[in-house]
Structure formats: C-alpha cells, structure tokens
Design a binder for this molecule. Structure first.
Ligand code: FRU
Length: 498
C-alpha cells in the first residue's frame, strides 16, 4: 500500500472523530462564519486557532461544500493584521458591485470583527472591517479603509451579520452590542448608519449577546404570510448551569427596526441540549432552492476548551433547515436536517407495527455509532420509552420520552468520558406534545454527538458525548408497560471523509 492510500484510510479516524459532521483537520474551531453560497459552493469559514487546540488568536478557517455533506478544506481565509485578530462575522455576494470592489462584476465581501485593545490600555476594542474576494473566496484582500464601523462607548461590539434588504434597497447589519442587538444600514457596505437597537428587557439576558442573525421566513410554507426571525446567542455565565445557548425572537422588520411579537419576557430557545451555539444561516442561497440553512457550533463555552479530543477540538452541527410552523403554542421555529444527508445512508433496518415490551430489545442485533433513526411511536401504557445508544457494559446515552411529563430528553449522565468538566454529565430535556397520541423521533448519532429532532423538528436537543468507541449497542427500551412502534428505520451512515 502506498503512503497516500494509507493516509486516506486513517484520515479522520481518531478517537471521537465525527464521521459526517464538519470538523477541522487539526486544532481549535468555534463559531461558523462567513456562510455564503456562490457559484455552486457553500462557503463555511470558522473561528480558528491554527496554533493550538484551545481558543487563541482568531483566524477564519475555510472550507467549501457543493452538497452540504462533503467538505473540501481550503487554506486560512483571514489572518490577524495590524487591526487585530479576526472574530466572527458574515459574508455576502455583492451582486451589483455596490462596494466598488469588483469593477462592475459581482464578488464576495466578508464583514467581520477586528479585535484588539485600545492604545495603551487593556480594554478590549472591537471594530467592524471588510475583506473582499474576486476568485470565489480563494484569496481575500482586506479593505484599506478598515475598520468601517466603531463605537468607542461599547466594549462588546461584534459579530456583524449582513444581508441585502430588497424592500428598502440597502444592506442591513445586525450586530451584538453588550446585551442588545444594534441595526445599521448601508448603501455600499463601506459606510454604515445606526438605525435602531433591540433587546433591552426582551428575552434572556443570562449572558453577553453574540452572533445575531435576522431573516424572513414564510409561516407554514405560505409565502403570503411571513415573519422575521432574530437569532441571538448568549454567552456563558457561570451562574447559569446551561452555559452558552441560542435564543430566538419572531416578529417584524421594516428595514430599520425589529418588532418582537412575543411577550418581551418570553424566551424561546432554538435547542434544548447543551451543544449548539453561535449558529447562523447561509446567505444568498438561490431563490429556486429557497431554504434557510443553518449550522451551529456543536460545543458550549462552559467546557469547550477542555473536551477530550486531542488532535482537533470541536465540530459543527449537521446543516439544518429552519422554518416557521404554527403549533399549539403559537408560531415556532422548527429545524430539520437537510435532505442531502440522506445520500449518506448505507445499511437499512426496518421495523413496522411492533409492540415494544420490557426486556425485549428489538434492536439487539444492530450495532453502530454512526447512524440515523427515524421512528414513530404511539403512546401506550408505558411511562417512558426510547433508545439507549453507544451502549457498552458501563456506559449508555439515553434518548427518551417521559410520557407523564411529555418531555423528550437526552441523558448523558453515564455516556462516557465526562470528568473533564463538572457540568458536563447530566440530563437535558424539553417539552414534546404527542400529536394524535403519537410522537416522531429523528436521531443522528456520530461517534461523539447526538442530535435529536422531535415531532418534525419542533423539539430539538443537541448534545456531545464521549463514549468508548467500542460501545456500539443500541437498545429500544420501555418502562412500566408497553408502547406501540408504528415504524422505525435505522440507517448506518457513511463517512464523508474517506
Ligand atoms: C461566540 C464568540 C463571538 C466572537 C467569537 C470569538 O462564540 O464569542 O462573539 O466573535 O466567539 O472567537
């Protein structure tokens, strides 16, 4: 065997290495950045520390995918310069050359935060800057007029997400500022005008606000009825056990101001697990496609720097489609895996119309730690049922439904390595209301992560786990009674890296 074949065989096979999630080849990664679709490629930049496996001087790492599943790693997109390191931000296609960077053609513009400190002081300084690319994102030139936006009075001032607002014919920037979101407008991406601020006394303030995103979505796929969604991630504050997480607001936006349609005290969470943070959506997905596609960083600032991987640290969630749906509680954001992931399906196991009873594991013959399950249950006499995955003699991760409380949960208390941080082990749950006495469950397991979508993406839990890689048993379990399994499909999933 020549070296190349050998290398390929061993590529992405380290302990805990995700097989179909995006993770950097080496070193540290956090937030997704600069997500933009252009000339047949989805670009993914990411907060990257090329010299270590913990957070450090930030660069933008870079990868592209044509199908949201298979990734090509590219050289670092943006590196620190005289204005500082490169924090989170976004990228857009400047179709009409409003910036003047592209001699009348179109090209990519990245809008990001330059982070340094004020002269002769330790006080952090965060300012917004631009870079542009004329070659499909392969090389970038920093704008000579950087930075393009600064506010001396605001210390936490970062993570610009920019989009073109057709109705008012201008660029909009949403930016995190302390514990609010500030909105700026521009005709050319170069000069920005402040228009409004949102957030005081709205939603959760259990941490600094970061990584906003703002976009419009149809309600129940009806393009005559639309609402705007504002995503806001909130940072880790040691007082709150959840660590960093992402909330969202639903409302209206008129090109200047965001109006929240919910009671300001209401907090809506995008995910009820611990490991989905700083997620934002792709810009410029063609209108024939029309999807709002999202990816989050699959970790939590509470313990992100100490998770037990060696060569690299952190992965992204699978790409998900965001939609607004009317539910019993009102309009909610739902998330589902992109359909492109179906291309990874390998072996298939089907079970139909079976009654699950205690002590009889219908999946006793199935093994794996890289798979997908789609199941529908009809509530019976059982008080709890679900799956135990990545199970071995002493470890298991439980994905269950508690019938009485109508809660869906991931219990990683005994899932494997957990002693790297005292807040890691635990059970994370959310409400899941049966519809016609049924619940549907869509689960993705990939070596060291669980992504759980209940009732077509209405309830979502994303959690990291660090099980022994030999623990490949899967159990369908039930407690104190029976449950009817209307249907189950289990697919083993192929690696996207080899
Ligand atoms: C969110 C965040 C951003 C910041 C980046 C720095 O995880 O704190 O606010 O731009 O990470 O890496």
């Amino acid at each position: 065997m020549n070296n190349n074949v050998l290398e390929k065989k061993q590529y992405y096979t380290e302990k805990y290495r995700p097989q179909y999630h995006f993770s950097p080849e080496r070193q540290w990664m956090n937030d997704p950045n600069g997500m933009v679709y252009y000339n047949g490629e989805y670009h993914l930049f990411y907060q990257y520390h090329p010299n270590g496996t913990t957070w450090g001087p930030m660069h933008w790492g870079h990868a592209v995918t044509k199908d949201l599943v298979h990734w090509e790693h590219l050289p670092i997109g943006l590196a620190p310069d005289e204005h500082g390191t490169i924090f989170s931000g976004s990228a857009v296609v400047d179709w009409n050359d409003t910036s003047g960077f592209f001699e009348g053609k179109s090209g990519l513009v990245a809008i990001f935060t330059h982070a340094d400190t004020y002269p002769d002081s330790d006080r952090p300084r965060q300012r917004q800057s631009l870079a542009f690319s004329k070659d499909n994102g392969r090389t970038w030139v920093k704008y000579e007029g950087n930075p393009v936006l600064q506010e001396e009075g605001i210390t936490d001032f970062r993570d610009p997400k920019v989009f073109w607002h057709r109705e008012t014919n201008q660029w909009i920037m949403v930016l995190a500022a302390g514990q609010t979101v500030r909105i700026y407008t521009s005709k050319n991406l170069l000069s920005w005008e402040f228009t409004s601020e949102f957030g005081e006394e709205h939603g959760s303030h259990q941490g600094v606000w970061e990584c906003p995103d703002l976009f419009e979505l149809p309600i129940d796929s009806n393009s005559n009825q639309k609402k705007w969604v504002l995503l806001v991630s909130i940072g880790n504050d040691p007082i709150y056990e959840e660590g960093s997480r992402t909330q969202y607001f639903i409302g209206d936006f008129d090109g200047k101001t965001f109006f929240n349609h919910h009671d300001p005290e209401k907090t809506l969470w995008i995910d009820h697990g611990r490991d989905n943070y700083a997620g934002v959506s792709w810009s410029d997905v063609p209108s024939e496609d029309g999807r709002r596609i999202y990816i989050g960083w699959m970790s939590n600032w509470r313990y992100a720097n100490v998770t037990p991987t060696k060569e690299w640290r952190s992965a992204m969630t699978i790409p998900r489609v965001l939609e607004l749906k009317t539910t019993e509680e009102g309009i909610r954001l739902v998330q589902n895996p992109v359909c492109e992931l179906q291309g990874l399906r390998d072996e298939k196991i089907v079970i139909e119309n079976e009654v699950v009873v205690p002590g009889k594991n219908l999946l006793a013959n199935v093994k794996g730690n890289t798979f997908e399950i789609i199941a529908q249950f009809e509530i019976g006499t059982a008080t709890e049922f679900g799956f135990k995955v990545c199970k071995g003699a002493n470890e298991e991760t439980i994905i269950g439904f508690n019938v009485e409380n109508q809660t869906f949960f991931v219990d990683r208390t005994n899932s494997g390595e957990a002693d790297f941080h005292e807040d890691f082990a635990g059970k994370h749950e959310c409400e899941l209301i049966p519809e016609n006495n049924k619940i549907t469950v869509h689960v993705f397991v990939d070596q060291s992560s669980i992504e759980l979508f209940g009732n077509d993406g209405k309830s979502v839990i994303t959690d990291l786990i660090f099980p022994n890689q030999e623990n490949k048993q899967i159990e369908l379990y039930v407690k104190n009674g029976e449950v009817k399994l209307n249907s189950l499909e289990l697919f083993t999933l192929k690696s996207v890296w080899r």
